[in-house]
Design a protein around this ligand. Sequence first.
Ligand SMILES: Cc1ncc(COP(=O)(O)O)c(C=O)c1O
Length: 361
Amino acid sequence: MGIGEPRHAFPDWVGEVLNAHLHEFNSYPPNDGTPELLNAIAGWIQRRYGVPVQLDRQIMALNGTREGLFNAALALCPEVTRSGAKPAVLIPNPFYQVYALGALAAGAEPIYVPATADNGFLPDYGALDPALLDRVEIAYLCSPSNPQGAVASREYWADLIELAERHDFRVFADECYSEIYRDAPPIGALQVASEMGASPERVLIFHSLSKRSNLPGLRAGFVAGGAESIARIKQLRAYAGAPLPYPLQRVAEKVWADEAHVDHNRALYVEKYEMADEIFAGVPGYQSPQAGFFLWLPVSNGEDAALKLWRETGVRVLPGAYLGADADGANPGSKYIRVALVAPKQDLQGGLRQLRTCLYG
Ligand SMILES: Cc1ncc(COP(=O)(O)O)c(C=O)c1O
């Protein structure tokens, strides 16, 4: 339960599609995505968020979101001074490690902003010093968030986009957990930007088939947003990126067009949330995730708890501090463990029960 690797089944027709296109391994694939794949992605964005995007100018196919989140920082955060000082990149703390690596590789200063129970596990970027905000090139935000499963509301996104307009920075919305939720689909950053009439250049959204469709090994995702931002990412990736092989682009095209398997997958996670809520009922500070597939459980010391659990039960979880950075003398993950709800339900139930008994009595 330590690693967030999706383990539910992917659609059983994936093999057939792959097989039908094997001969295309003979050809160099288009870097930006086949027109058919981009069309399927644009259709998905329109259905999911009600936002029309131009497929040749506003979307780029990615090899999963990880490389996109990194490369977009390189493409859009040139190593120059910003307001007479080093450019800054805002990162929620705790966070997906690639955000920090993207910032550092681009020569920017990562600014770790606490996302704790006190602020609903979403960083309060608006409370930062305006002089610092003037140095910001990029603000990463993960919604639904890994590790806490918090969902940014329409109001949260609107405030962040307005802040980005005021201080002239871009928002990188990591929405790779967007399809795994309890009741209502999480609102998206591009959707809010469009409703507000904000420039699409303010926001880039990053999506993936890894979680939505249980295909982390396919390495298929996309980035969408303003045409100018996408052009700069395309330019970098035309040289430094690895395009998705043709047959895999064909598979991704079909997978984005199908929702039946996504609904089924979500229902399995909802059963797991319910199971976790039952097992952890009465644990002080337990918060059921709104979305995503992790539990973020409070303990007195995350490393000690993970070690005790491993030694006494063989159940492995991640100490929360490993997902956080020390900032202002504190690591906001240090009193948590992260538990991935990816295992088959029976195994997960056994593991969660052992965890409850071992750590909470
Ligand atoms: C928050 C977050 N963003 C991005 C990724 C990257 O996933 P992928 O590259 O498979 O789309 C992960 C993977 O675990 C993640 O947890």
